[in-house]
Design a protein. Sequence first.
Length: 511
Amino acid sequence: MSTGSDGPHLDEIAHDVEDLREDLAFERAALDESVRHDYSTSDTGIVPLDRRRPMWHFMGLWTTFVAGFSYMFVGFELHDGGNSLAKPIGSTLLGYGLYVAYAMFGSYLGSRTGQTHALLTRSIFGLIGSWIVSAFILVAPLGWVGFQANLLVNLWDGFYGWGTIFTLTLLMAGLMIFNNLFGFTGISVFARYLVTPLLILWCIYLVIKGFAADSGSLGGTPKVTDAFNHPYWVGVVAVIGFAMWGNEPDIWRYGKPRFWWALPTYLFSAVWFVLFVMGGWMMAQLSSDASEGGRYNFSVHYSLFGAFWLAWIIATLSQIAINDGNYYESVNAGQNLIGGWSRWRRPLTCLIVAGGGVIAADLVNFHFINGWFKVATFLAITVPCATVIMAVDHFLLPRLFRISRPLTKVPSWEETGLINVPAVAALLAAVFFGVTGTANWPHGWIYATPQNSWGPVPLESWALAGVLYIVLVAFAHSFGSVRDLLGFPKTVPDELIPSEAVADVATLAGA
């Protein structure tokens, strides 16, 4: 163990068995609080600096978030869109790079404040705005829960021909909530000890064998075989959607409050994201069976020596780990809305959210056409736009307008301001633009132009949210008092608002 100014913590990278033993002891000590609240309610809403985890925790966790059979699916789709291998690699690097540019600010916001994304909206968006953003955070990840559960069941069917896909999809979507009963401790321990080592070894072998044994079959441009075409920008947007979580503050509030501290983890994870997309493209190119199940079946014979028992373990563990992240986002949003009730407990929120996951599994897989793309683009636009607005509010407004909003306490609903009018207006305008630009409205409404003609729509939506918020704040500032228009909570005294201070738990510790 090493000791810093913020209390005892493990070394940034585990070096030996003793480090792992100390890590497990620390997690056991933190388990009770994770079950009870996981720092996700207004009473216990800020992760103390002595509860922050070392870097290797996040490398293990984030690897499970960007690797596995589901990311081979991206390679399948880009292959079937008629793209040679170089194009998916370029699209993946660009899409993931754009995601990281956003995620660095979301991670920094979470680590500086120690608060979940949903709890931050109370102080910044006000009561009405917090409910709107929490609805986005609650609903959007459940679409991914449903997609990933269905993918797992289809993998089982491809491996063993089990069938009963509809029933098993709904069942697994609900059961995948289990690790979230133990909060951040549950999802992070499961990821780094059970899932990440298997994924890394498998990924390396798959790609190396593809180039070493079948490089002659990997050239040329495949024919377009997917009715849902994937021109360049659609592919980039799909990659952003698969990489996007939106709840980066939820995870990184357990990290060290330094801006560049998260970057090594994102770069480490980028390697596996790109390699799994490449692996998916290779399997689509080499497999004689063009069906999704047939390609996964071929992948097992190709890279796992036909050991379907091993494929079952890897597929099941990795899909559960991915849905841990999806459920974690939704559960924290639910905790913001109802977790403050005196008799309420976090497992009850998990139970309700699991029911939402079952409903989403039915809708996304069995009712929506190209449901995976709708889910990917919706999540890549809605929650990140709110994150951008909050980062602008916390880090830029003090410098631009001498408007400071201290984030050192999570207000109760009674203490929360009514609404931050510029923030909500900027958010809704950016979401409207993004959903329109990706042709994602239900039943083709406002489907006036092809999806490829708007460029990198998520990036444009984030920029629009941030710029529009600054413009609207400038307009509100010209009227004088901004307390009511910007929805300041009652916990912030009037004399603290006109300041250049960026106040949060990290600055308090520094002081």
